[in-house]
Ligand binder design. Structure first.
Ligand SMILES: NC(=O)c1ccc[n+]([C@@H]2O[C@H](COP(=O)([O-])OP(=O)(O)OC[C@H]3O[C@@H](n4cnc5c(N)ncnc54)[C@H](OP(=O)(O)O)[C@@H]3O)[C@@H](O)[C@H]2O)c1
Length: 240
C-alpha cells in the first residue's frame, strides 16, 4: 500500500471537532474558502470520511439500519462509472447508507468501504445506482490496508485526504496510516470537556498515538486569522 494519506481537518483552538459548537469570530470568516484552498494544495485524487460524516454531508445520502448480512466470503469489488471525477470514499462497514446517485452534489464519485459479510442484496442496490465498493480486511491489522489497496488498484490514486470525523481519523492514526497531518486552526473555542476531538480513537488500545511521531513541515497564518499547521508523521508500525 503506497498511497499517501493526508489527514486534513479544521479545528477550534482547543482541538475540538464540531464546528457548530465553536464561539463566533469577531469578524465574518469564509471557512470553506481557506479549507478548500489548502485541501487542493495536496493535489489528491479524492478524499475519505467516516459513515457519520457522510450521512451529514450530502442530502442525497440517507442512513438506515445496517444492511442484512450473509456468510459468503470472497466477494468481488465493483467499480462504477468514475469518469474524470475525484473519489469520495466512505467507511460504512455495516452498509447503513443509501445513495440517490453515483456521485455527490460536490461532484465526487462515491466509493463505499464495506465489511465482506454485507449481503448481496445491498451490494446489488449499490451496483444499480453505480456506487463503487471495496471490502475491508477481516483482521484489525489489515482492515484498512486491504480496502486501500483495492482503491489504489481500481482508481490509480496516489494521494488521498482523510477528512474526518474524529472516530475514523483515530482509527487511521492507531493503524499507523496517516502520513501527514494538516490542521487549520479556527479562531474560536468549543470549551466543553465532553466535546469530541478532531482525532478520537475508539478502541481497546489505551495509547493509540504512541507509535506516531510528528515533525513540523510548515506553519502559516492564513486569511481570517486562521492558522495552518502541517506535520509529517513517522509511524513505527510500518517499520515492523
Ligand atoms: N472539523 C472538521 O474538519 C470535521 C470534518 C469532518 C467531520 N466533522 C464532524 O464530525 C462529526 C462526525 O464525526 P464522528 O467522529 O462522530 O464520526 P465519523 O468518523 O465520521 O464516522 C464514524 C463511523 O465510521 C464507521 N467506521 C468505519 N470503519 C471504522 C473503524 N475502523 N473504526 C471506527 N469507525 C469506523 C463507523 O460506522 P458504524 O457505526 O456504522 O460502524 C463509525 O461509527 C460530525 O459532527 C461532523 O460534522 C468535522
Amino acid at each position: 500500500m503506497s498511497v499517501r494519506i493526508v489527514c486534513h481537518m479544521i479545528s477550534s483552538v482547543d482541538g475540538r471537532l464540531v464546528s457548530q459548537r465553536w464561539s463566533s469570530p469577531t469578524r465574518s470568516i469564509n471557512i470553506s474558502e481557506v479549507y478548500e484552498s489548502v485541501a487542493s494544495s495536496f493535489q489528491a485524487q479524492g478524499w475519505m470520511i467516516g459513515r457519520t460524516t457522510m450521512a451529514e454531508y450530502d442530502c442525497g445520502v440517507t442512513e438506515s439500519a445496517p444492511a442484512p448480512t450473509d456468510n459468503q466470503n470472497n466477494k468481488t469489488c465493483f467499480k462504477g462509472h468514475q469518469a474524470d471525477r475525484l473519489i469520495a470514499v466512505v467507511f460504512d462497514p455495516k452498509g447503513k447508507l443509501h445513495y440517490s446517485s453515483d456521485h455527490l452534489q460536490t461532484g465526487e464519485h462515491i466509493v463505499s468501504v464495506l465489511s465482506e459479510n454485507v449481503s448481496d442484496e445491498y451490494l446489488s442496490e449499490l451496483r444499480q445506482i453505480g456506487v463503487s465498493y471495496v471490502f475491508e480486511g477481516e483482521s484489525k491489522q489489515n482492515r484498512f490496508q486491504k480496502a486501500l489497496k483495492s482503491i489504489e488498484e481500481l482508481f490509480s490514486v496516489k494521494t488521498l485526504l482523510l477528512e474526518g470525523g474524529g472516530i475514523i481519523n483515530g482509527a487511521f492514526l492507531e493503524a499507523g496510516l496517516i502520513d501527514e497531518l494538516s490542521v487549520l486552526i479556527y479562531p474560536g473555542l468549543d470549551g466543553a470537556h465532553s466535546s469530541p476531538s478532531i482525532i478520537g480513537y475508539q478502541g481497546d488500545n489505551p495509547l493509540p498515538a504512541q507509535k506516531s511521531h510528528l515533525e513540523l513541515i510548515d506553519a502559516k497564518t492564513m486569511a481570517f486569522g486562521m492558522v495552518h499547521l502541517h506535520y509529517r508523521l513517522t509511524n513505527d508500525h510500518k517499520k515492523q
